[in-house]
Design a binder for this molecule. Sequence first.
Ligand code: GLA
Length: 629
Amino acid sequence: MKRLFLSACALLALASPASASDDPLAPTGRWSANTDGNAPTPPMGWNSWNAFNSDVDEVKVLASAEALVDKGLARLGYRYVNIDDGWWLKRRQPDGRMLIRTSHFPSAKTGRNPSFRPLTDRLHAMGLKAGIYSDIGRNSCGQIYTPDFKNQPEGSVAEREVGLYGHVDKDIRLYFAEWNFDYIKVDACGIRGLPEDAPRVRSGLYRTLNPLVDMASLGGSDVAGVRKLYEEVGAALKTRAAGRDYVFSLCLWGAGDVRTWGKDVGNLSRTSDDIQPVWARMLTNLDTVTHRALYAHPGSWNDPDMLFVGTGDFDQAHLVEARSHFTLWAMLNAPLIIGYDLRKLTPELLAIFGNADLVALNQDPAGNQAVLAYDSDDVQTFVKTLASGDKAVALFNRSAVPMKVVLTAEQLKMLADADIRLRDLWSKQERSFRKELPLELAPHETLVFRASGTRRLPNGLYLSEQPGAVNPAEDGIPMPQADPTIHHSVTPWTSTRGPGDHPQYGGWGGAEPDRAPYGLPLRIAGTAFDTGIGVLANSRLEVRNTGFSTFTAMVGVNDTGRRQQGAVTFEVWGDGKLLTRSPAKAFGDPAEPLRANIVGIRIVELVTRDSTGKTAPQPASWADAAFTR
Ligand code: GLA
């Protein structure tokens, strides 16, 4: 078996961090996921799009804002009131200032320069925050894709260029420094839908902008180019919203390989195309985040799109489905952005949005997205580790028939021979069990409990229990592929025309808690592990250490690898210094214990290197990886 021997010189080189440009695996001693802006927990609030499409106006926005306050939702944390597509009138020429559709937002009639300041002042006075919408290209989604869109921008070609392209600094200054917004969602249709031969370019409506993202082809996307554009917005926000809280929401629907870099640039990043008020579509959007727990952290959340509770398959007549949708979004640390006309709020719907126990799971300060403990096409069990050390667990019936299910102590990483207390967060009933608990789920039902018991690792945390503190700075994926496990639903925009809609890049092949990449089991040389981090080799994970003293793991090539492929070395770094490393581990070698003293270290980095290079890296398992005191 080929082994990796390092010369003394190479070892010396390993002992001090190389520059990141030489080697993406070189430890940096820092946390590279985004922490700019203000999203220590997932943002909560309301957005006009799912309720009103582009037919948005001040009366509707204020009515929903008032409902947030009057119904006690603002007190629970729903504080962002976000205006989506449809607010703009035109970009004035020649100075390029954005004009508001004052017929719909009368308080913005402030003389020659209409301003949203009266509206944002009013929202701020109500104790709320205000959000606005733009596009990273020259034109918006409504302009490019929707034929019967209300409130289209008006005027000449230049006047209808309402997106940020070429105007980033000026617009961000206007929206944040002058109009005092606190949140911006930046869509991306303008860099997607205006090639030379687009009908609306040919007809002279819009200028061509060579597409930077191709929804159906990563090869056809300019990943560096699109990232640069979003980084420019991030930089403008840092300057123009300096000293203020702000939230930067990326809306690239999983295209342009945003799965890898969105977490480094924005506070939230959309993982899928638009949600619809349809059960199957909710499944699709859910599936784009379930394998991505390690890619969400305080300051950088996965966004499976806004809530559709209240509408269609999640309306008053479908409260089981509505509760499931809400529970899953809460557990998975999705932004809780209500997309409902709150003037129509019923007590039953209010009881969903206002379930303080579920909101508390979503807003738990540890910021750990729930991890898939059990997975199937029919039932899924998600477990979320809370800051207190308690767990939340949700058992979700995806199917339309009743299901008998079992929850086990192992899935909670709790001892089986001690009592585990459960509190049902919908019925508020309490119960306890040992070892395992049989349960029944109605069609589409989700049971959700807060669980406390004797933790298997009482003096520490497995790394898979703290995904919010683990950042796959390099996840080793040589060529991202669309995730084939994401539910393929019939989309309303194409129905069953054409070959079917293919989701973009969810978490396929990425780093996973308690699983090997591709959602496969963690197993080294025949020994199964139910705990650990699975990743492809040639990867670097950054882990925040919050006062632990020892790192331990059992490392090796996962049994889902290949005998013919290369050997993998596992290195543990602390604040940029090498702490320990394994010998080269080949496929079939037994798991190797690794241990490192991490007293006083802030960032631990876990680096794997595959001797065969980058094309087909082995799956490399950090089994049982844990921080203990
Ligand atoms: C895109 C986004 C939606 C919404 C619309 C507005 O489709 O994904 O969330 O903002 O644009 O046109």
